[in-house]
Design a protein around this ligand. Structure first.
Ligand code: XIL
Length: 362
């Protein structure tokens, strides 16, 4: 009866050896040498570190997605202490017919922000895009257009008086050469549409801080010179403008040099203007690699550093919270991966990089 013992033992030994020598095989069963994995504390929310430093870290939010996806809402409320109304308060969505406003999205976003202790940036009152057909298709005289824009601004800004802290009053009015863009508003009213819009927004909410917002004017170039000249004229003329928004839609290879962004912020500061980074995303192109994610993280970190070190910049807004719903995904089927959380709401290296930057700041 002892006979089978030796061959069996050999068989087991051989098996054990082959298992040990073949690291690609899965471990057959747990052993006492497997230690429980150490508990890793989850990273703190971005907003907690921002708040400790009196800083606003924001995301553009669309009611369309907030309404449909509570995981998205939880992410936004956990990570950000400010939201920008991405589309809901643009002229077309909010004023779809001459005598009808639709405040459903705007009201819901403001209520969401209040419920979660977040500030709101209102976006945007005067722009050449996303205007309703009844407006741009109409044969309107200059006087009618002035009346109409004043009524629009009074109605929208007035509704959220005391609830929307900052407004992008005029969006993208300067072209690449630094001149006034040929827009619907310029053609219809003339250059006065800009000071008039600021004046009316100020009358509708005297406590709101009012911004001129543009893209591609972050570094020192012809466009940012044009923006500087415009806002200087407005300031010199006593027009109520309080800040400039740097949109910061950039990619891995054309992100502006931090030193130039700092110099641009500084010259705007000398005019008594605040600067907000208002719409940041960093496109990485079609293929996502760890190297690209690292480079993206560095760009986010550099821009936060510039803002934190400037004495007139206390706000950085990313144009979306997750790649699942960012406008880049709308256009490029999620391949641009430009914001801070991926399509499964997981933080990218850029989040860690921002946390690290906050921690290095008093
Ligand atoms: C974008 C929105 O994110 C998209 O959902 C929409 O389809 C088009 O507009 N500069 C701006 C923003 O000032 O209003 C734009 O937002 C992005 C570029």
């Amino acid at each position: 009866m002892k006979k089978p013992f030796l061959p069996l033992a050999l068989l087991f030994a051989t098996l054990a050896c082959s298992i040990l020598q073949a690291p690609t095989l899965p471990t057959p069963f747990p052993t006492s040498t497997v230690l429980p994995s150490p508990t890793v504390a989850p990273p703190p929310p971005l907003r907690s570190l921002a708040e400790e430093r009196g800083f606003w870290i924001g995301s553009a939010v669309s009611y369309e997605y907030l309404r449909a996806d509570s995981i998205y809402g939880d992410l936004v409320a956990r990570e950000f202490n400010l939201l920008t109304t991405e589309n809901d308060l643009k002229f077309g969505p909010v004023h779809p017919e001459p005598d009808r406003y639709d405040f459903e999205g705007g009201d819901a976003l403001v209520a969401f922000a209040q419920a979660n202790g977040m500030a709101v940036r209102g976006h945007t009152l005067v722009w050449d895009s996303q205007n309703p057909d009844w407006l741009v298709g109409g044969n309107t005289t200059r006087d009618e257009l002035i009346r109409l824009l004043r009524e629009h601004i009074y109605t929208v800004v007035g509704r959220y008086r005391g609830q929307i802290a900052a407004w992008d009053v005029v969006n993208e009015a300067i072209d690449g050469d630094g001149n006034l863009h040929d827009t619907f508003w310029l053609r219809g009213i003339g250059p006065d549409y800009i000071p008039l819009a600021f004046q009316w927004a100020h009358e509708a909410d005297p406590d709101a801080i009012l911004f001129y917002n543009d893209q591609g004017a972050e570094r020192m170039n012809a466009k940012s010179d044009g923006v500087y000249a415009l806002v200087k004229r407005l300031r010199d003329g006593g027009i109520p403008i309080h800040g400039v928004g740097m949109q910061m839609h950039v990619d891995l290879y054309t992100a502006p040099p931090p030193g130039e962004v700092a110099a641009n912020m500084a010259r705007l500061g000398e005019l008594g203007l605040e600067v907000h980074i208002t719409e940041m995303d960093v496109r990485v192109g079609s293929e996502i690699t760890p190297e690209k994610m690292h480079r993206q993280a560095v760009i986010y970190q550099d821009m936060l550093k510039v803002c934190l070190e400037a004495n007139n910049c206390d706000t950085m807004v990313v144009w979306g919270a997750t790649d699942r719903y960012s406008w880049l995904s709308e256009r490029t089927s999620m391949q641009d991966a430009g914001v801070l959380f991926d399509i499964d709401y997981r933080p990218k290296p850029a989040v860690e990089a921002l946390l690290e930057r906050f921690e290095l700041t008093e």
